[in-house]
Design a protein around this ligand. Structure first.
Ligand code: ARG
Length: 581
């Protein structure tokens, strides 16, 4: 695979420069394939700049002279067939037959599912226990586009970390505590109905919540009742607690059902309620370490400004001695570290909470929790205009229903849909992949406009296109079941259309590495979309049917390899590949 060639080139460099070959691995990268261009003449390039930065080459002197000098000292051999100097880079072309053989050989065997995942590139990444916290909706409130983004992004990060050999804990941290439960509890007596709660829990809780909020605006008694209910909750009075528990359980059950449709699961459903008591302890610790300051208004704050001049303060205690969102987050982080001893923790929320997490990590560090350095917030931008035919989105389920309905409508225009066993199920999976790809295409930090028509296009860079290509590759394999690819002859795959797929696959481990570094799915998304475009050309130019047996075998091996990498990549993104479409 890619490692084999990278190693060979690194060995050559190591020998020539009398250095450890390992040092060259990070400076080598596979050359990206450009779609309409001629086949690139090089397969790998070495960046001289990287060598200078890492101190392997002197950083003084003319870089171009250095490049040409080094290139001239590198000899070709049976694996590395050509070495040439470019601008600040050295290009390497490897033996094409060997390239095709090494890249395509794992497919159809057991290593199929791990292609690219055991790359030595990942040796520099620390492996361990990663806790990923994502989705984290608030009970009785809207499940907004931000929660959907957190759900799919967190799922991607968890999948990626897991694929690369980490032990991953997937956690959902519910907004299940706070004054809104006072309102909800008090309001339920007046506006709630057990019958409706059982029939349609999320809808009903939301209705009650909206009603009681309206009522509380002008009704002092309602506000008092809410405060009183919350006090009962905080003092663990059993009636209040059991109503709250019912709300929570019913909500989690409903969500689990919808998460399943999305292909998402959690190991743990925690929530703010879990940490009320510990939050008070945190306040004590802050006080005893001299970190808590009391303001004139009687609130408790922590100074998190770098200069210690109170220019950035964080409120952790209200004047009535109740704790806040951040206080519970401090307690929750400490608790998770004690329980799971994670090596790193990742929080996925929209970028409006960036300061919240910055403050959280600062306070943890101030408390002496050095592991807070290994906590990370992954922020994402806003989604504008996520609407269904009925109107504004309140529930996650509405978005999924709409995606399925629209996809089914599109599929009904095509004749193959009629032959499908379960078109609804396919429409659901394809619809969800469209949502995911629309969301993952750009940098996570960017805002974007939600657009049903654009995301559901069959051509163009969409999730539908990925699924369509995958289904087409599966159908090719099905139709040629009779042709057994025991051995394939790599010399029969040297045309541009096949070589560019092979060269593209050569980059897969680097792309995963990039995504693992910055936790951005766009690298993998763009890689897979490109793969699909290359497959489309290959489909046109390299027919299997009607070709001589050995040619057909070799081409099937190529298409099966592409199919396998496509499916594995899609799964990491959180997409379930469909076999028929
Ligand atoms: N429930 C919060 C919200 O909807 C998100 C929670 C994020 N996680 C955390 N540990 N604070 O805004």
């Amino acid at each position: 695979m890619a490692c084999f060639f990278r190693r060979r080139i690194a060995e050559k460099l190591g020998r020539t420069l009398q250095q450890s070959e390992d040092a060259f691995i990070p400076a080598l990268s596979a050359v990206p394939v450009f779609k309409k261009q001629q086949l690139s003449t090089a397969d790998f390039k070495l960046s001289l700049n990287t060598l200078r930065v890492s101190g392997i080459l002197p950083s003084s002197g003319d870089i171009q002279l250095q490049t040409e000098d080094l290139a001239s000292r590198l000899k070709q051999d049976s694996v590395v067939e050509d070495v040439s100097a470019g601008s600040g880079v050295i290009n390497f072309r490897v033996n094409r037959k060997l390239l095709v053989q090494k890249i395509l050989e794992p497919f159809g065997k057991e290593e199929d599912d791990t292609f690219g995942l055991n790359s030595e590139l990942f040796n520099t990444l620390k492996r361990g226990t990663t806790l990923v916290e994502y989705s984290s909706p608030n009970i009785a409130k809207k499940f907004h586009a931000g929660h959907l983004r957190s759900t799919i992004i967190g799922n991607f990060i968890a999948n990626l970390k897991q694929s690369l050999g980490n032990n991953v804990i997937r956690m959902n941290y519910l907004g299940d505590w706070g004054m809104q439960f006072g309102l909800l509890g008090a309001g339920f007596g007046q506006f709630g109905c057990q019958e409706k709660l059982k029939q349609n829990p999320l809808q009903h809780l939301f209705e009650v919540y909206v009603q009681v909020n309206k009522e509380a605006e002008h009704n002092e008694d309602m506000r008092l009742a809410a405060r009183d209910f919350f006090r009962q909750l905080e003092q663990h009075e059993s009636q209040a607690v059991s109503l709250w528990q019912q709300f929570r359980e019913i909500t989690v059950e409903e969500y689990q059902h919808v998460y399943k449709r999305l292909g998402v699961h959690f190991d743990i459903y925690s929530g703010e309620s879990f940490h009320q008591h510990q939050a008070q302890e945190v306040v004590q610790q802050l006080r005893s370490q001299g970190l808590l300051k009391t303001t004139e208004k009687g609130t408790g704050v922590v100074d998190v400004s770098p200069a210690g001049d109170m220019s950035n303060i964080c409120t952790v205690l209200r004047s009535d001695s109740t704790t806040l969102y951040i206080t519970r987050d401090i307690a929750a982080a400490i608790d998770r570290r004690e329980k799971f001893n994670f090596d790193e923790m990742i929080y996925v929320t929209d970028k409006s909470q960036a300061n919240h997490f910055h403050q959280l990590f600062q306070i943890l560090l101030a408390l002496g929790h050095t592991w807070a350095d290994r906590c990370q917030h992954v922020p994402f931008g806003l989604v504008q205009g996520m609407k269904t035919r009925i109107g504004e989105v309140v529930f996650l389920e509405d978005v999924l229903d709409e995606a399925r309905a629209r996809m089914l409508h599109n599929m009904n225009q095509s004749k193959t849909t009629k032959e499908m066993d379960n078109p609804e199920d396919t429409a659901e999976k394809v619809g969800i992949s469209a949502l995911i790809i629309q969301d993952f295409k750009g940098p996570l930090q960017s805002d974007y406009k939600f657009d049903w028509d654009r995301m559901l296009q069959a051509q163009g860079d969409t999730g539908v296109f990925l699924q369509y290509t995958h289904a087409r590759l599966c159908s090719l394999a099905r139709r040629n079941k009779g042709i057994e690819v025991v051995e394939f002859n790599p010399s029969l795959l040297l045309e541009q259309a096949s070589l560019s797929i092979v060269q593209h696959l050569l980059r897969y481990d680097e792309v995963l590495y990039q995504s693992a570094q910055d936790l951005q799915p766009k690298h993998l998304v763009n890689f897979l979309l490109k793969l699909c475009h290359l497959v489309a050309s290959a489909h046109r130019e390299l027919p299997v049917k009607g070709s001589p047996q050995d040619v057909a075998q070799a081409r099937l091996q190529l298409f099966n390899g592409a199919c396998s990498v496509l499916a594995n990549g899609m799964r990491i993104l959180g997409i379930t590949p469909v076999h028929k479409m």
